[in-house]
Design a protein around this ligand. Structure first.
Ligand SMILES: Nc1ncnc2c1ncn2[C@@H]1O[C@H](COP(=O)(O)OP(=O)(O)OP(=O)(O)O)[C@@H](O)[C@H]1O
Ligand SMILES: [Mg+2]
Length: 396
């Protein structure tokens, strides 16, 4: 019994770090609360003071970036662990209990290709998620960087990019089919793929949509997805399935190969394509797939592998979700490299019924019919970095 008490105390100390908890006086105060603390530890609850201290009081200097859900700060816990703390800007509308339940559920989702959620913290309206800090940060910062002499970009050779494709596929397979609860990510994109010190990918922000109540239809920021990555059936009709993630994954494959961002695709001379997907499709049809290749990959690319990945990418972004492979098939294709694959059909690109809503690039209006989705998370869409599309009138 005494050994158990000692063991549980050391575990509690490990989790409830910082903030003077080690002080003698507080130790005594805590003794009676062992049970409560063990429960907190199991639930991976962080003390607010410890998180505030770790991030230098959410110092702007420690800000890693800001997405649709709020800012992210780098920090170091008292036990030395480096963390990335996401401060949810809209979650305050959700009940603390619901938030904690969902966060606890997510912190039990573990895979080597998913960012580890160490735990979470609530304090008044503040709701924080504490993740492991992933050293090479997000793929978008490397892949779409315009900086000259970007050393990280030089490190991202074909072999590493191929490993990113394989790792993300495995992480998604886990979320869709192997985790204790099926999780559709909804926002697979280059900025949600983090690279560790060995350039191994880790999917970030999985299940974030679960942290928001279903009835939340108008939020300041986008919670359903990012243009350029959203499957047409989800984007236009709010139909959500694992195949929506497969679509986004296909976009990421084509971005990794071309080094170009689908949502910011700028047509160039002699190219009629209006998006990366269309460009890839046209080249594929002409038997010139390899022209898609990022010039930075010329010396390291393995042509056969690149062609197979372009083919796979095009299968994933097909307009009809039923035709897209599921993630278990994707993983098999990537590991077994079959000689023959079915022909892809046309990619899903917002069609002529939709036009870009002039001047709405940063507006906050819902996506056409996403709000009709029957999924468990909210379906509102506005754009932090995204473009809003609105249906054209019949005369258009
Ligand atoms: N665990 C982490 N380790 C290292 N860097 C991180 C981590 N989490 C996030 N970041 C960095 O913080 C930045 C902001 O992340 P955030 O998820 O808020 O934005 P986003 O991915 O651009 O948008 P979204 O809200 O759609 O996910 C990311 O671009 C990434 O570089
Ligand atoms: Mg993110």
């Amino acid at each position: 019994m005494a050994r158990f008490k000692k063991f549980s105390k050391s575990l509690i100390e490990h989790f409830l770090d910082g903030g003077g908890l080690k002080q003698e006086g507080k130790k005594k105060e805590r003794e009676g609360d062992d049970l409560e603390a063990i429960t907190a530890m199991r639930r991976r609850v962080f003390r607010y003071e410890a998180v505030v201290e770790a991030t230098g009081k959410f110092s702007p200097k420690q800000k890693l970036g800001e997405g649709g859900f709020g800012p992210v700060f780098k920090g170091r816990l008292e036990d030395g662990r480096e963390v990335a703390v996401k401060r949810l800007s809209v979650a305050s509308r959700q009940g603390t209990k619901e938030f904690m339940n969902e966060a606890m559920l997510l912190s039990e989702v573990q895979h080597k290709n998913l960012v580890n959620l160490y735990g979470y913290c609530t304090h008044g309206d503040d709701k924080l998620l504490v993740y492991e800090y992933v050293r090479n940060e997000s793929l978008d910062k490397i892949l779409f960087s315009r900086e000259e002499n970007n050393w990280k970009m030089a490190q991202l050779d074909w072999c590493r990019r191929f490993n990113v494709i394989v790792g993300v596929a495995r992480g998604l397979l886990y979320l869709h089919e192997e985790a204790h609860t099926t999780i559709i990510h909804r926002d697979i994109k280059a900025s949600n793929i983090l690279l560790d010190e060995e350039w191994s990918p880790k999917i970030a922000d999985f299940g974030l949509a679960r942290l928001f109540p279903a009835e939340l239809s108008q939020v300041k920021t986008r919670v359903v997805g990012t243009n350029g990555y959203m499957a047409p059936e989800y984007f236009m009709h709010g139909t959500l399935s694992a195949k929506a993630d497969v679509f986004s994954f296909g976009v990421v494959i084509l971005e990794l190969i071309s080094g170009r961002k689908n949502a910011a695709f700028a047509p160039f001379p002699d190219c009629e394509a209006r998006s990366l997907l269309e460009w890839a499709w046209r080249l594929y049809r002409k038997g010139q797939s390899l022209d898609l290749l990022d010039p930075a990959l010329k010396s390291t690319a393995v042509a056969e592998q690149v062609e197979m990945c372009i083919h796979l990418g095009l299968l994933c972004v097909q307009s009809d979700p039923k035709l897209r492979p599921d993630m278990s098939r994707v993983v098999i294709i990537l590991s077994k490299r079959p000689r023959t694959l079915e022909e892809p059909s046309k990619p899903g690109i917002p069609g002529p019924r939709y036009r870009r809503h002039q001047g709405a690039a940063h507006a906050s209006s819902p996506a056409p019919s996403a709000a009709r989705s029957s999924s468990s998370a909210p379906d509102s869409a506005s754009a932090s970095s995204a473009t809003t599309w609105t249906p054209m009138t019949p005369t258009n």
